[in-house]
Design a protein. Structure first.
Length: 111
């Protein structure tokens, strides 16, 4: 999905749909991502008012990724691409972070 001011509503729908597909409550996702439940609500209704940093936490916590294309960043370390630009990895390792945290919470509640 190419994100701009017009497609932010699509991003909101996609975030909500993914959370529901994983059968997660806003509270569960907020706990895993380190944000408030009101932030989850805002991100799913009006992401244009949300900070990019918190949106990235939510996107990653749901096991999704965010990609920026065309960005030219000066070389800062050894993660140099062939063009001389830094590469960033925002992926979430498998199994997804959300699944692992929910399992540990379930074990803690059962005690």
């Amino acid at each position: 999905m190419k994100i701009n001011d017009v497609t932010l509503a699509d991003l909101a729908l996609a975030l909500s749909a993914e959370r529901k597909r994983q059968k997660l409550s806003r509270e569960e996702v907020a706990a895993v991502c380190g944000v408030s439940t009101s932030f989850i609500r805002d991100a799913e209704s009006s992401p244009e008012n949300c900070s990019l940093g918190k949106l990235a936490k939510l996107i990653n916590g749901l096991g999704l990724s965010l990609e920026v294309s065309g960005l030219q960043v000066p070389q800062l370390d050894s993660r140099k691409s062939k063009q001389g630009f830094r590469q960033a990895d925002f992926s979430v390792p498998e199994p997804q972070l959300v699944a692992r945290d929910i399992e540990s919470n379930a074990k803690g509640e059962a005690s």
